[in-house]
Design a protein around this ligand. Sequence first.
Ligand code: NAP
Length: 323
Amino acid sequence: MQKARVVIIGSGPAGLTAALYTARAQLKTVVITGKLLGGQIATTHEVENFPGFPDGTTGPELVENMKQQAEKFGAEFVFDSVTSVDFSRGSPFKVTTDGDEFLADAVVVTIGANPRELGVPGEREYVGRGVSYCATCDGYFFRGKDIVVVGGGDSALQEGIFLTKFANTVNIIHRRDQLRASVALQTRAFSNPKIRFTWDTVVEEVKGANGVVNAVRLRNVKTGEVKDQPTDGVFVFIGYDPNSGVLGGQLAVDDAGYVVIDELHRTSVEGVFAAGEIHDSVFRQAITAAGDGCKAALTAIKWLGEREDRLQTLDTATMAAGS
Ligand code: NAP
């Protein structure tokens, strides 16, 4: 069993920034990284929209720099996944990993959300080589290209419209003949000359040659017709799943499973804070996650300071009563 003032669960930009702040505030900070140090951004090849890098950077480099900066102030990293948490008795909280247990005065939850995958052959193989789940991150690499977008919700249409800034054509492939997206987005998409729709159709396979995507195999769910559609890229927007399962229902979440926080990043349990995509279903950017991590850490630092003052006052009162 290890003790820490702050345990940060997750190591994406939110977690790494929170670690920098709590460690720099001289609080013993342990970051439990999860399966992949850096989370989603670690799988992004080029990052051009994180301020401070005029020539861009790579996801792994950004993560390594943020980790080193937090380590410089004493943050410790545990390369393990959290299997359960116990917030039921208040601070100190118990956090259990595959290999250890931690007692933490405060916890910052930054376990993120993952874009849903299609789950078809070729999809994983071509992630970063034509398959993407982030238009803001990767759209620029598809200048003048012909791409497909999968999905029929707000994300598919909003990101599809955004992608027309770069791509030559955007073919939105939807499994039904009616969109889930808002009417406003539908109107904008229908009037965009670069966008066309393929209805009642699912992607059955992502195909490629020479290490990059060159086609998708499509199946019309009504007629059963199967055909290969040449494409340079496949953007998948079929929803996101927050990784709230490991919290075991101990923090309040909304209908979609995102952790509910107040404006100071406090969760429903006093002493547990949340930052990044585990609470944010809207912005989903590395920089917004980092800003969130900073805010959650500052609130945690203040809360720990006030708690210490309260405990000292109690101690003094107890001693005075006993003397
Ligand atoms: P969503 O609303 O859940 O839509 C997911 C879309 O993907 C649906 O059209 C769904 O088809 C389709 N889909 C799901 N699984 C699929 C699969 N395995 N294969 C093919 N298609 C599949 O997700 P979202 O668009 O990411 O939006 C998430 C939330 O964020 C929503 O509440 C949305 O309103 C909000 N949002 C808002 C904005 C905005 O206001 N501008 C922008 C983005 C997101 P079916 O329709 O057939 O189920």
